[in-house]
Design a protein around this ligand. Sequence first.
Ligand code: SF4
Length: 404
Amino acid sequence: MSLTTPPQDATFAEPAPSALLLLGRGVDLASERGVECVGALPAASDPDLVERAHAARAALGDRAFVLGHHYQRDEVIDLADVTGDSFKLAREAAARPEAEFIVFCGVHFMAESADILTSDAQQVVLPDLAAGCSMADMAAIDQVEDAWDVLVEAGVAEDTVPVTYMNSTAAIKAFTGRHGGTVCTSSNAHVALRWAFDKVGGVEGTGKVLFMPDQHLGRNTAVNQLGLSLDDCVVFDPRRPNGGLTAQQLKDARMILWRGHCSVHGRFSERNVTDIRAAVPGVHVLVHPECKHEVVTAADMVGSTEYIIQALAAAEPGSSWAIGTELNLVRRLARAHADKQVHYLDSTVCFCSTMNRIDLPHLVWTLESLVAGRVVNRIVVDADDAHWARVALDQMLALPGYGA
Ligand code: SF4
């Protein structure tokens, strides 16, 4: 593939594959892609499901530790030993070496991170193997390796540092570790980007960051927090020859953004912000940085799920809020803050469908299987990827002011 080919001349050799594998079409434990869960699940109508879940949980005692991501259903959160975002949960698991089984009620890449950060004696299980992440699926390792070859051919790879969002597969984290980059979270993306630019001459210089897989988090952080311009950003589309970019565009860019997004946060629009301001005078609009740039720019506040939770906790009684993040979390925030008005930024945006794959039947099946001595749906990252992904995760932990 020639780098001199301009994007408008690009032709597709074959139809682009869907980013998501439809459920039940196969089993690929090494990816985020949806796969069929083969368990003999109890009926969702079983009136004893909650009782069965508590009984199995009690029987396992300290041998198991149940993690619940903020976007999980209420009935799953009720059974979690700790709740949090993906990285907090992985660290909580690592801090419980006595727990033989880590039951991760989240999505596949989160269970992978927990496997990387926990000891070899601990086994991480995902109650439903179909709980993947569409964003993580948008950056497959072969695509990223091909993209790096394009950067090498364009003569910019030496001046480029890869930064991957926590929401990526272990293979992408390992790629990042092998190429001297770092992982970041939505809380510390600005610190990670500054560090990466400093490696190649500083934010004011000519070095570049390859940011994966969420173009919105990368763009929002670079433009709103580091002072780069939208013209400094290009989008690398892995389905187009050379990412749809010329060598000159790659040379001129400072942020090479992978063409990925969150299927939940990507649905909020600038119009939603305009509409809620008209409907609720004085409303504070608070959104997640995975939202589009125009939404983040139109909002009053932007931050990670932990930031959103803390902002609501610190808000004045009687104040009004419109929240742009996953619906399960917003509903719980509305219940927890009955003294404030909490609105969902767009009433037509739905739950994270893959997070919601984990339900009581899957959790009961998982816990009862563990009680019976059967480890089901274990998530294991191969040793080489685990090593290099750990390098990238440790680099994040070593960032100045980590967590700021
Ligand atoms: S909310 Fe978005 S980023 Fe998070 S798991 Fe769902 S699809 Fe992935």
